[in-house]
Design a binder for this molecule. Sequence first.
Ligand SMILES: [Zn+2]
Length: 488
Amino acid sequence: MKIALAQFIFESNTFNSVPAALELFTQRGTWVVGEPAVRAWCATADSQMAGSLAVLDAAGCETHPVFVTKCGTPAGRLSEACFAAIRNQLCASLRAALPADVVIMHLHGAACALGEDDVEGALLEAVRRELGFDGRLVLSLDLHANITQRMLTHADAITAYRTMPHTDFHATGERAARLALDSGPTRRTLAKIAVLIPPTDTHDATGRFAAILGEARHLEQLPGVLDVSVFPVQPWMDVEEMGTSIVVTGRPDAVVRAPVEELARHWYAQRVEWQTGLQSWEKIIATLRRRGARPWMLVDTADATTGGAEGTSAEAVVRLWPLRHELPGDVLLWVVDPVARAAAERGARSFPVGSQHATVAGEVIFKGEANFRARGRAYTGMEFSLGPTVVVAAGCLRIVISEGGALCADPAFYECVGLQPEQALAVQVKSFMGWRAGYDAPAEVGLAFDGPGAASLNFARLPFTGPRRELFPLNPAPAEPISLWQSN
Ligand SMILES: [Zn+2]
């Protein structure tokens, strides 16, 4: 059996108005073309591609992993030129590997481009129509994917991450490989639920979302069912077919409509209990006045780069600046601001920082390129770059000011600029859940707050339009909370 594989991972926040350029992948992320280079990359980084290859190579398949690209951080929509470059490279790489019996596409499912709400659906359609591929097409996704009928029309079998924070890249790749080795006919069943769920209430191991994952595993035991994947959608997308999804890949004669609908009803019924976990600054500051057994995590949800926000908010700097000589330990903070970085590097005595233009003054204790390799339990081994960066020390505050954004929920992020997050009183992350895997930290040390930014958990604050206004919690009682669809 001959199998071609490609991986493209990017997540859009359509409320971030800055289009994502190609350098987010080529300079600050991952861009690997050609089989030898992709195999070498798989040996160093935890990935879906590596998981698939492990299973397929062991099964004696002829494998052709042709292209991997991954963003340095989620962001706004892809620019037209960036989307065209990714699409062209993906198609050219796969075309060179065809004919094949199977194509495996490792995608995210929440990528948007200027002029295209459903980037993954468009890529799958290109593989079918432009490349003329009519063999088995297997799709693996992030669990924050926004599932479209176009994706499920072109893909024969779908699986997705089952962890939040995401730590099962390899296992997801293994599952995709097993779906590739299966050769029977399939039908895809989609339940769309008209809700947006706070990502802070979707841990895979505890609580409400863990129960839904458990029910999905139970449903997977039904005769003729190959995979059940659940998708609490990345909520910051103002796009068509937006919503939370359940997808079943099964044999055409598998009886799944009623059980899928029941799982969807259970999930919808949870809506009255969902919690953002946000705290007031009064409470956060009271907590910061005492040291914990380990660092407190200052969780800036609205400006979370993992949710596609820009990272430019200085909310924590504004709130903690008056306390910089009072707190009992170092507080590590982070703002993306190229202008402030340049000012600090030039030796300005004081300068404004972040979208709030908060005035800061201090001593520059680091300047240089900030690159790191994640060493926590998520994105292990992957390389990220913040670009040119300075660190300003003022009292107990250590403010990292970088040219660019990146995934930040890993201790290597602060270590690469000479700071020691594990010794700190508190560490800021612009992340929802990833910090729990990156820092191996319990929920209790998280101090989550809202502020300016495109990834606010106060969904009603964001300018959703059209049918998205009907989604819970924007509409507390959607007219059609659950809808079912099946492929042919
Ligand atoms: Zn995700």
